[in-house]
Design a protein around this ligand. Structure first.
Ligand SMILES: *Cc1c(COP(=O)(O)O)cnc(C)c1O
Length: 368
């Protein structure tokens, strides 16, 4: 978390510990004002109106609210959902849960770079399609879809599009109107904000996206997300968005050049390195590489304090190869030989050089 974000949050744990839903006293108003300011900060970063922002506990909750909320909003309209093969588990598992309740889900394949073809997406749409779920940028390989084309397609067919933008918001310009998106999920901890905080953009104009709430209670957040709002978390998300809006233009090229430095140094010293994801249309801070002949899990142990991820679904505790790497055509062996580097705001050039040296050394050791 950015220390400036923590600093903005701290007063709301102590001195300003009002409940933003309590409108009968000054403490509540102070908290409510802070929440509304954060709503403006989030909206501003994505080109939305503050009334279109619903605060949640993270992108997982936002995605559940978006997908299940649309699915339940109009049972007569249809029962078919179209998603992309490389979606985050939040989307995949929401759709699996809906599948058990009679919904049909079409999972559209991606090309070797992890990008969905618009023709394939359009072919998957039918009369009973109620939702398109395609993320902005992939969290494992960084590939960025053709977002304005997806939005144009969704609008042409009059189908809401939910975009999981957890990796995009704060990293490159996101504009909900230019994209033509109906629902967009945001996660605070992906943009130097606190964990356990997120937001969902819910389009209101020209047409309001209808959602069935997934949590019932006091009717907070326009009835879409009941429960006392997490005021410090919301303030933190707002501050994080404000900082990204102000600094993204300088920060993203800096991170991209560090990432390119890491990639080049590794590629020039190690043979047979395979890049996963699109070489250009990719998140600046993302680098996924396969090192055929080396075992990813072993490399991670050998890399010690350098924090990298493997090409397996370690989140679920299982040791299955990553569904994203499989979707771009990698074999199981190739997936198990992969490492994923995530670079960010606080990385320095000297850290990159240390990481590159260590990777080069450990890959050649592992291959021997
Ligand atoms: C991190 C992430 C999520 C989950 O976000 P949480 O806020 O941790 O629930 C969803 N989708 C993508 C693409 C992510 O990177």
């Amino acid at each position: 978390m950015d220390p400036r974000v923590l600093e903005a949050m701290l007063p709301f744990y102590t001195g300003h510990f009002g409940n933003a839903s309590s409108m009968t006293h000054r403490f509540g108003w102070t908290a409510a004002d802070a929440v509304e300011r954060a709503r403006e900060q989030v909206a501003s970063l994505i080109g939305a109106s503050p009334r279109e922002i619903v605060f949640t506990s993270g992108a997982t909750e936002s995605t559940n609210l978006a997908i299940k909320g649309v699915a339940e909003s109009d049972p007569d309209k249809g029962n078919h959902i179209v998603i992309c093969a490389t979606e985050h588990r939040a989307t995949l598992d929401c759709c699996a849960a809906l599948g058990k309740r009679g919904f049909e889900v079409t999972c559209v394949a991606v090309d070797e770079y992890g990008i969905i073809d618009i023709g394939d997406l359009e072919s998957a749409i039918g009369d009973r399609t109620i939702l398109i779920g395609v993320m902005a940028a992939n969290n494992e390989i960084g590939s960025i879809h053709s977002l304005e084309e997806i939005g144009a397609l969704a609008q042409k067919h009059g189908i809401p599009w939910h975009c999981d933008a957890a990796q995009a918001v704060g990293k490159f310009p996101v504009h909900v109107t230019d994209w033509g998106v109906s629902l967009l999920s945001i996660s605070a901890h992906k943009l130097y904000g606190p964990k356990g905080q997120g937001a969902l953009f819910v389009r209101r104009r020209p047409t309001r996206t209808r959602l069935t709430p997934q949590q019932d209670g006091g009717g907070q957040e326009g009835g879409l997300r009941s429960g006392t709002p997490n005021v410090p978390g919301i303030v933190g998300l707002g501050k994080a968005c404000e900082l990204c809006e102000a600094e993204m233009e300088v920060e993203t090229p800096r991170i991209r050049s560090l990432r390119d430095r890491l990639q080049l140094r590794i590629e020039s010293a190690v043979s047979d390195v395979v890049l996963n994801g699109h070489p250009q249309r990719r998140l600046a801070g993302c680098l996924s590489l396969s090192f055929p002949g080396a075992d990813g899990a072993e490399l991670i142990r050998a890399l010690g304090e350098i924090a990298v991820s493997a090409g397996s679904a370690c989140t679920s505790g299982s040791n299955a190869p990553s569904h994203v790497l499989k979707a771009i055509g990698r074999t199981d062996d190739m997936a198990f030989s992969s490492l994923r580097f995530g670079l960010g705001r606080f990385n320095t050039e000297s850290e990159i050089d240390v990481a590159a040296d260590r990777v080069i050394e450990q890959v050649s050791r592992a291959r021997k």
